[in-house]
Design a protein around this ligand. Structure first.
Ligand code: ZN
Length: 115
């Protein structure tokens, strides 16, 4: 998609048909995160997460920022959460809480918090 344009409505729903992509969007609710953070909290392999991030980025729903060795991903437009919240209210499926407190995450954000 062209930067500054809105994602296509059908595209939005297509992207949301995948549980891993919904989980990734939910983990990005509290701000930008790197793949290693998603790996620790979602329990998916890094290559699998990268694959889903590509789909989300191509749909114009997330963007990334490089900081040294790390790439941080964030949601472009938080309106996506209104869509997710409405769907979750409709189905009675509350989002899983992220980040999981029991996970010992070594990503730059989490290790900065604990040190
Ligand atoms: Zn982390």
């Amino acid at each position: 998609m062209i930067p500054g344009t809105n994602p296509d409505l059908t595209q939005v729903f297509k992207v949301l048909t995948h549980p891993a992509r919904i989980a990734i969007l939910n983990i990005l609710r509290d701000g930008e995160h790197c793949v290693c953070h998603m790996e620790a909290h979602l329990g998916f392999r890094q290559s699998y997460i990268s694959q889903q991030l590509t789909v989300l980025r191509e749909a114009g729903m997330i963007t990334d920022r490089r900081d040294g060795w790390n790439i941080f991903y964030r949601v472009v437009n938080p309106h996506i959460y209104a869509v997710l919240d409405a769907a979750q209210a409709l189905t009675g499926q509350a989002p899983r809480p992220f980040p999981k407190p029991e996970v010992n995450c070594t990503c730059p954000h989490c290790s900065a918090k604990t040190s």
